[in-house]
Design a protein around this ligand. Structure first.
Ligand code: IDP
Ligand code: MG
Length: 149
């Protein structure tokens, strides 16, 4: 089973969208195996967004992600990475399809509400970076057999 990392960014928390965003991911059928409220330090932000270092938006991005509390989720499911990314929508909310989180709830790339891992390798690294050696919950959900064949 695949695991992926989601961050409800500070704008999502400030706008009272923790429930709305989590609800959409839960309803899609993903299983929450880790969840916490935290403020990201600039050190952690630089590690997490290391691949974007040097890009024109990098400083603003670190500023944004560290500007207030976030909710970090580890989600599990078959093809969890791809499923979460399609539920989240395109990076630029102006181009994100209606029905996606960004396409329904955001308007601008610099305030796009949510982070989601984009590939198996980054998902593994990001889950480790945010949950370290905290144990993620492995649990049997009553609805599992109605969600996965
Ligand atoms: P993703 O979040 O959809 O994976 P990435 O290209 O990995 O998109 O970029 C990471 C984050 O950096 C975006 O979610 C967004 O917050 C921010 N970002 C990307 N491009 C721009 C930009 O052109 N202006 C401002 N912020 C940007
Ligand atoms: Mg990305």
């Amino acid at each position: 089973m695949e695991r992926t990392l989601v961050i409800i960014k500070p704008d999502g928390v400030q706008r009272g969208l923790i429930g709305e965003i989590t609800h959409r991911l839960e309803r899609r059928g993903l299983k929450i195996v880790g969840m916490k409220l935290m403020t990201i330090s600039s050190e952690l932000a630089q590690k997490h967004y290391g691949v974007h270092q040097g890009k024109p938006f990098y400083e603003g991005l670190v500023q944004y992600i560290t500007s207030g509390p976030v909710v970090v989720l580890a989600l599990e499911g078959k093809k969890a990475i791809e499923t979460v990314r399609s539920t989240v929508g395109a990076t630029n909310p102006a181009q994100a399809a209606p029905g996606t989180i960004r396409g329904d709830l955001a308007v601008e790339i610099g305030r796009n509400l949510i982070h989601a891992s984009d590939a198996p390798e980054s998902a593994e690294n990001e889950v480790k970076l945010f949950f370290g050696n905290e144990t993620l919950e492995s649990w049997d959900r009553a609805s599992d057999k109605w969600i996965q064949e």
